[in-house]
Design a protein around this ligand. Sequence first.
Ligand SMILES: [Fe+2]
Length: 256
Amino acid sequence: MIDIHCHLLPGLDDGPADIDEAVALAKKLHSCGVHTVVATPHFRTGAWRPPIEDIDAAIACLKARLTEEGVDIEVIPGAEVGLVDAVELSKEELVALSFGKQGRYVLLEAPTLMPVEGIEQGIFRAQLSGPRAILAHPERLHAYQMKPERLASIFSSGVLVQLDARSLLGKEGREAKRAGQVMLRNGHVHFVGSDAHSCGRRYVDFQELAAYLTSLCGEAGAERLLKTNPAMLLDPESKGEFVSVASRRKKLLGLF
Ligand SMILES: [Fe+2]
């Protein structure tokens, strides 16, 4: 399985405090079947906005430690870019923060209380010259919790959607769970990631997650959310024809 949203790098944001904690998180993810992690430290003004070179250095350092310790897990560079920052970044900066620095996909995080119109306009502006957007955990955003069906608008325009595992599992409150489940029922979801910050904070067991997603979306759906679609994000040869997943209570699979 591939985790496309994980605060695995130490000392850059509110993720692991040091490299030992980061290695522990990588080992734990690996032990439950994750072979690749996209490291997505926060990148937003007012909280955490590390120099891009620091992200690169943290990746190199962590990879060296994982090799030393024989942990067979791939770590791909990325970031969770704040939407307000994303609209102001240059194309080069967005490329440097994109998954695998390929310039194809970037994970965007909207402020929790931003209205839907602001989210839609921000994503549209960020994508004008930059990589295609993946919206991180819309089920945790107030506007989409009020009206999960509003996600249809950005979904239809080609924005990719990632839900947090813990929201679906009911560990982030009733509103997030309900919104996430409606989004899945509506077939508006492409990925589920952990958003883990350490072994204790927001960690999720991918075996438990895969079993839960299988119960909701069937084996093929769970595989698409945790394996096939994430693999397409990282494969430079892929054409980006993602298939979204819908839970069983509604018609399956809207082609994108
Ligand atoms: Fe995150």
